[in-house]
Design a protein around this ligand. Sequence first.
Ligand code: NAD
Ligand code: ZN
Length: 346
Amino acid sequence: MKALQYRTIGSAPEVVTVPDPEPGPGEVLLKVTAAGVCHSDIAVMEWPAEGFPYQLPMTLGHEGAGTVAALGAGVTGLAEGDPVAVYGPWGCGLCAKCAEGKENYCLVARERGINPPGLGAPGAMAEYLVVDSPRHLTPIDGLDPAEVVPLTDAGLTPYHAVKRSLHQLVPGSTAVVIGTGGLGHVAIQLLRVLTPARVIAMDVSEEKLELARTVGADETVLSDAQAAGRVRELTDGLGAQVVLDFVGAEPTVRTAAGSVGVEGDITIVGIAGAGLPVGFGLLPFEVSVAAPYWGTRGELIEVLDLARAGAVSVHTERFSLDEAPDAYARLHEGRVNGRAVVLPGG
Ligand code: NAD
Ligand code: ZN
């Protein structure tokens, strides 16, 4: 089958032919219908050889959807042809966190070498994908896989981030979304549907801010050194109750710190690597700062239910598997608006 692989450190991903995979006992083989292109893959492909955590070559794609093509020995509850989305942050299924559905925080995944598809295990940018357990599949009957596949990360991750701060987002409150790309433009919609908060969106490009307005941002602010000042102006000097940073770089964490109000929440989702010092006098009183990872199995079901209800929709740009390297190049250059989705079926 064809697959998009990251093959050598520092090189662009390539479409290659690899052996067709077969599901082992307990596993499920999917014929991939859609796979999402995430900025995290670009970050991974910029990591140096020293300490690189995954084996290469590696098939990319940690947002996946497909139809069941074959069941490994012992798998029940699914039938050939069932349309499903893949829950990506695979855990052991047995530890205390997994028992709560928080496989994203599995206590033993790292030591046991359990990796998400596309981030260690073979990913969804291929004609077929092996999923390690039916536990990691959610039915998507009635939904368009290309439209919902980004929800498995670009929806689930902001959903988890917004949920942590729901108690803050009362009437009259303000939420700031920094970076209105794949994750950010879904975050704006989630804030609109889950809370009465006013949403201020920030990005570096006017095109991205246009999309932010289209999906429901009340205000848009160009992300520059004055951006935090603009948020203070828009909030009568008080600052925002919640700031979600979907970039996580030095300038954006500084903007987050300058935008947040007393007792507010800063959630750094972007993995550009900047830190934000927390200590007395460094931030407004009692601000809490968190850097979460992905979301829970239950939350994925909730996000897909929001899609079913028509409450969130992903702005997608579609590519064939042969065009997938171009999708990554465009994302790297900031030329994808919304989410790029690869359709291995053509
Ligand atoms: P994306 O490229 O689609 O979106 C990023 C957006 O940020 C773009 O619109 C870009 O124009 C904007 N941007 C860049 N620099 C900016 C700045 N200085 N100020 C304001 N906006 C700026 O990326 P994505 O796929 O949505 O991912 C966003 C981030 O979240 C990435 O760092 C990704 O690796 C990370 N991520 C984290 C998790 C997690 O679990 N923590 C999960 C998925 C993605
Ligand atoms: Zn991702």
